[in-house]
Design a protein around this ligand. Structure first.
Ligand code: HEM
Length: 519
């Protein structure tokens, strides 16, 4: 790098400030002993497109496991290499923060567990993780079953009336009803009614998603942010949610004050097993703002993600009847007509593989966001503090070097008697719930929720894409949505005739009305 160092040396002698020289030397890549990160310039169109992780996949195939995406003064490092992802998320996690993610989500999550960094995150994580203990998750299986049963009733009516259904919005309501009860014992009842609080939650969610993909932060423009009708609506919605949460916290505090039980690791109030109740009973000493931030964070984290998983699972199933019949066989054998229990979760092995594979093809969210707090070396590249990273889980999960037939929906790729695939046993080529210290706290909860919903729905109905439905295309906010919904025709499943194995003698002695199998 003789020319570069000569230039910088002469400029130093001339008294040029060192910050300027640092950027200059970066620009001309003074450090020849280090290779330079490949750069995809002028690819702004990539980020602007509806589902921006798709063009990032093409760029990954061209530029490799880490490359820089530059537009104007701004640039991002796009990571699609499992070793680098592991370094950022796990091995050197302390050197990275949530960066722009925290900035975008501040208005709705404050310093809740997802955006929080440093000491706030450390303290809150230690308080919240114990709330999701095994006994709690087992109790939640009953809640998943009841909520899915309400969805089944709705689908029964649609099947009977011959009406098509838009499954994406139904899944969103299913998971909203579940997470409201699970986190703060509130019944949104969104599968049955339209109400103000449900609308407020959706207003805030849409805003969070729009902000995460918007190139210009219009919500920060001084006067505009106060007079724009849209921002006004967002603020009113936030106010309504906050007062509702404050009320729920107050009600729960009263319950906890009145109860006379010793708090322990597996503490659970049977009539209100919510996370909020656990936190208050544990003596969580925290400001009401922080508590609200954490509740709001879990509401959002646990709602749209699981809804998206169910949406894409049913989309994949609609294209693969052989997987559906295998699923139905397993569900019939394991569950029969019962509601699922925690013991069934181990037995529904194929159902689990279907969810594993759906999470591989449609990871929610498709990218993880980080910012470097220190200099680091990633692979063979040195990087500076203050860089923004997109770790493309989409690319990791579809990398042609790591997966055979990467784009194929193939639940059989993981043997039924093998371990459940996760980031550790797949060496960060598969990380549906992230990895390292910031890994999802709701992974078991969410997996069981999806298994219960898939099992109960597949047992009762056949699903097909509705005739004349628009093609299913992707768009993205925080999770992957369809552009025009998942329109399906549901029909009640006709069970195969049950052939009696009784001999004729016994049959003749039987009461005529006994045990007639349901058609
Ligand atoms: C974090 C995925 C359901 C609560 C995460 C992360 C991922 C993820 C990938 C890591 C984010 C990052 O590293 O930047 C999912 C998926 C779900 C799901 C795919 C559904 C299938 C849930 C549920 C809850 C939850 C049901 C709550 C009950 C959280 C929280 C964090 C988190 C609080 C932040 C943890 C921390 O930073 O310490 N989730 N999640 N998630 N998730 Fe989930």
């Amino acid at each position: 790098s003789s020319f570069g160092s000569l230039l910088v040396n002469s400029l130093t002698k001339l008294g040029v400030p060192s910050e300027f020289l640092e950027s200059l030397s970066q620009l001309i890549n003074l450090d020849d002993k280090y290779p330079k990160i490949p750069e995809a310039k002028g690819a702004i169109s990539a980020i602007r497109s509806e589902a921006f992780f798709i063009p990032l996949y093409e760029l990954f195939l061209t530029y490799g496991g880490i490359f820089r995406l530059t537009f104007g003064p701004k640039s991002f490092l796009i990571v699609s290499d499992p070793i680098i992802a592991k370094r950022i998320l796990k091995d050197n996690a302390k050197a990275y923060s949530k960066g722009i993610l925290a900035e975008i989500l501040e208005f709705v999550m404050g310093t809740g567990l997802i955006p929080a960094d440093g000491e706030v995150w450390r303290v809150r994580r230690r308080v919240i993780v114990p709330a999701l203990h095994l006994k709690y998750v087992a109790a939640m299986i009953g809640l998943f079953g009841e909520a899915t049963d309400r969805l089944c009733k709705k689908l029964d009516a649609a099947a009977y009336n011959g009406e098509d259904v838009e499954m994406e919005s139904l899944f969103s309501r299913l998971t909203l009803d579940i997470i409201g009860k699970a986190v703060f014992n509130y019944d949104f009842d969104s599968l049955t009614t339209e109400n103000g609080i449900v609308e407020a939650v959706y207003t805030v969610l849409r805003e969070a998603e729009d902000r995460s993909v918007s190139p210009i932060p219009t919500w920060e423009i001084p006067i505009w942010k106060d007079i724009s009708p849209r921002q006004k609506k967002v603020n009113e919605s936030l106010k309504l949610i906050n007062t509702t949460l404050d009320d729920l916290i107050a009600i729960c505090k009263r319950m906890v004050d009145e109860e006379d039980v010793q708090f322990n690791e597996e503490y659970m109030n049977e009539s209100d097993p919510s996370i909020l109740h656990f936190l208050l009973a544990s003596g969580d000493n925290v400001s009401s703002k922080q508590l609200r931030d954490d509740l709001m964070t879990m509401l959002i984290a646990g709602h749209e993600t699981t809804a998206a998983v169910l949406t894409w699972t049913f989309y994949l199933l609609s294209k693969d009847p052989s997987v559906v019949s295998k699923l139905q066989n397993e569900v019939d054998a394991v569950l029969g007509d019962r509601f699922p229990t925690i013991e069934d979760m181990k037995k529904l092995k194929y159902t689990t593989r279907v969810i594993n594979e759906s999470l591989r093809l449609y990871p929610q969210p498709p990218v993880l966001i980080r910012r470097s707090l220190e200099d680091d070396v990633l692979g063979k590249y040195p990087i500076k503090r203050g860089e923004d990273f997109f770790i493309s889980v989409w690319n990791l999960h579809r990398s042609p070097t790591h997966w055979e037939d990467a784009d194929k929906f193939n639940p059989e790729r993981w043997p039924l008697d093998g371990p459940n695939p996760n980031e550790t046993n797949q060496n960060f080529s598969y990380l549906p719930f992230g990895g390292g210290p910031r890994k999802c706290v709701g992974d078991m909860f969410a997996s069981f929720e999806a298994i219960v919903a898939v099992a109960m729905l597949i047992r009762r109905f056949n699903f097909q894409m509705a005739l004349g439905a628009p093609p299913v295309k992707m768009t993205t906010g925080a999770t992957i949505h369809t552009t025009e919904g998942l329109n399906m025709t549901v029909t009640r499943r006709i069970h195969p005739p049950i052939v009696p194995t009784l001999d004729t003698q016994k049959l003749q002695n039987m009461e005529p009305s006994a045990n007639v199998p349901e058609a």
